[in-house]
Design a protein around this ligand. Structure first.
Ligand code: FAD
Ligand code: NAP
Length: 533
């Protein structure tokens, strides 16, 4: 093994998490290197270039707050930014902070092994020399390993196949084409209206209907931008006090959905629908903890779908009967309306599945469909996918894949017992994908930085979560998830979308409480961690 370099810190991934960790490492005077599979920065926004891709957190919130100059300089054009604009933002940040000189692009980290004799990690990339680093930080993304289900005979299809999460940089021409989209989660729901406008015919294969609320996207008014920028710190602070670190200006309702009359329920939900976006569910304070309340809201949305989709039989098929919010609520631009078009067809495969692919298309419900292009909007091996696809071994050569064979276990969602000096940004067991991810990323980066500073001050060689602290944390995460309705459906939060994945609710609901717990651990000299000298 050729090891030519030694770094204080090796970071895997150059999405927003890796970029911020690099910036912070430099600020602390640490030598740092970043490895990135892609050819540029941006992570999610580098890979997901499908038509219609944009954020579902308002742009004024979906950005870094570590630099006031940066947040004052950058101009978002729309309420919900498009993928190209977010990618431009990532590139702007990389340039402004001169990040790229420490990033090795086009380079996959194949393995990370902890060497006890060195108290360091040996990081082996797909090209170039291996490096040793005292600390490793995984910034590998929660939604960065695509889920590409195998279909019978899928190798036979002679047309084009694209996954939304690995979209070609040259774009895809749908004009005059017969197109299939498989999957109706956020990616499918964003891209279906766009593809429908170009394609000759679009067939949507739906396994489970999703709840989606309108974005009501549009240009940002200069007055609004000005008002946020005038008090950006206050705006950010308010957002961070909410459960999902989103939308501090739109407080959650103070009553449950079963405590109001039909008229009030309608008024509240109509107002939230008119405003649009993820905060739709915040009209009441018990949407995700009270089944009866949740069902009242869900029924209201089903009625709404019925009022938008003109063919009543299609409307019924688009109406979900799961717990609303249990899978991530989708934010759309004209999704239900798309099914009023003549060139769009909905095929249910919830009970029957896709039988097989053929050379000209696929067979579902015993009918053969012919396509030029098949789009897989089938999601990701979420939260653990990228970590477990990498050969990560801790003390005694223990594999992370073995330590997590029954589901991810860790302490604070940040560190794993048996894996000293390894930190996971927005790992399972932290609020992560239930929040505005950039807020969670920045919180983790700052926490990790302070922890590393503490280790260095103490002149310790390593830090590691104790088994006891980890067990207690896992219990805590399970207890919180168990108080909610999240476990009541088959979602990627639970790993249900990937065959064979252990069924564990991975993220931790509740950002402010989580932050408090992390701060408390820190102020008690890193309670639950063992340091070695
Ligand atoms: P990523 O952006 O996923 O970056 C991780 C990087 O690590 C990737 O570039 C990957 O190539 C690299 N990598 C992984 N493994 C390796 C390896 N072994 N070697 C080298 N490189 C590796 N969140 C929100 O809060 N709001 C939104 O509106 C929102 N919209 C989204 C839309 C889409 C289409 C998707 C897929 C996700 C969305 N998310 C959203 C979640 C989004 O992933 C986060 O907001 C954020 O971009 C994550 O940044 P990250 O740096 O943690 O991970
Ligand atoms: P997803 O939510 O997991 O949706 C995948 C879809 O594919 C589901 O409809 C699923 O059906 C279907 N599917 C999976 N395997 C299938 C199979 N074998 N046969 C048929 N259908 C299959 O994935 P996603 O849409 O890519 O979104 C993932 C997450 O990324 C989102 O929840 C969100 O956090 C983020 N995201 C955000 C945005 C945004 O608005 N900013 C956009 C895209 C993604 P089932 O429901 O039955 O499993």
């Amino acid at each position: 093994m050729r090891v030519t370099e030694y770094f204080d810190i090796a970071i895997v991934g150059a999405g927003f998490a890796g970029m911020d960790m690099l910036r912070k490492s430099r600020e602390m005077g640490l030598s740092a290197v970043v490895f990135e599979r892609g050819k540029d920065v941006g992570g999610t926004w580098y890979w997901n270039r499908y038509p219609g891709a944009r954020c579902d957190v308002p742009s004024m919130e979906y950005s870094f707050q570590f630099s006031d100059e940066l947040q004052q300089e950058w101009e978002w054009s729309e309420k919900y930014a498009t993928q190209p604009e977010i990618l431009q933002y990532a590139q702007y940040v990389a340039k402004r902070f001169d990040l790229k000189r420490d990033i090795r692009f086009d380079t996959i980290v194949l393995s990370m092994h902890y060497e006890e004799t060195e108290s360091a990690w040996l990081v082996t990339p797909s090209q170039g020399p291996a490096v040793r680093a005292r600390f490793v930080v995984t910034a590998m993304g929660c939604l960065s390993s695509t889920n590409r289900p195998r279909f019978t005979n899928d190798e036979l299809f002679r047309g084009e196949v694209y996954h939304t999460g690995e979209w070609p940089h040259s774009g895809v021409d749908f004009v005059g084409k017969r197109v299939a989209v498989i999957g109706t989660g956020s990616s499918g729901i964003q891209t279906i209206p766009m593809i429908a406008q170009e394609a000759k015919h679009l067939t949507v294969f739906q396994r489970t209907p999703a709840y989606t609320v309108p974005a009501h996207n549009g240009p940002l008014s200069p007055q609004y931008v000005q008002s946020v920028k005038a008090n950006y710190a206050d705006f950010r602070a308010k957002n961070m006090k909410t459960r999902a670190a989103i939308g501090g200006d739109t407080p959650t309702g103070t009553r449950g959905a079963t405590e109001v009359s039909n008229t009030e329920l309608n008024e509240i939900l109509e107002a939230r629908w008119a405003k649009g976006g993820l905060l739709f569910l915040g009209g009441f304070n018990d949407a995700m903890i009270n089944g009866a309340s949740n069902e009242r809201i869900a029924q209201w949305v089903r009625n709404k779908i019925g009022s938008i989709v003109t063919d009543k039989k299609i409307a019924v098929r688009l109406q979900p009967h799961t717990v609303i919010g249990c899978k991530r609520l989708v934010v759309d631009s004209g999704y239900y309306e798309t099914f009023n078009r003549d060139n769009v067809e909905l095929v249910d495969i919830g009970l029957t599945k896709i039988d097989r692919f053929t050379k000209n298309g696929l067979v579902a419900n015993t009918k053969e469909f012919e396509f030029d292009i098949i789009v897989l909007a089938t999601g990701f091996d979420a939260m653990t996918g990228s970590l477990l696809r990498t050969d990560i071994r801790g003390r005694g050569g223990q594999r992370l894949a073995d330590a997590w064979s029954a589901g991810p276990v860790n302490y604070l969602g940040l560190t794993v017992h048996g894996f000293p000096n390894l930190f996971t940004i927005t790992g399972p067991g932290s609020p992560s994908v239930l929040t505005n991810m950039i807020v969670s990323i920045e919180h983790h980066v700052e926490w990790i930085a302070r922890c590393i500073h503490y280790i260095r001050e103490r002149k310790a060689l390593s830090v590691e979560a104790t088994r006891e602290a980890q067990n207690q944390w896992v219990e805590h995460v399970n207890a919180i998830a168990g108080m909610t309705l999240f476990p009541n459906c088959n979602s990627w939060y639970l790993g249900d979308n990937v065959p064979g994945k252990p069924r564990v609710f991975m993220p931790l609901p509740g950002f402010p409480d989580y932050v408090q717990r992390c701060t408390a651990v820190e102020s008690e000299n890193y309670r639950g961690f063992a340091f070695s000298n």
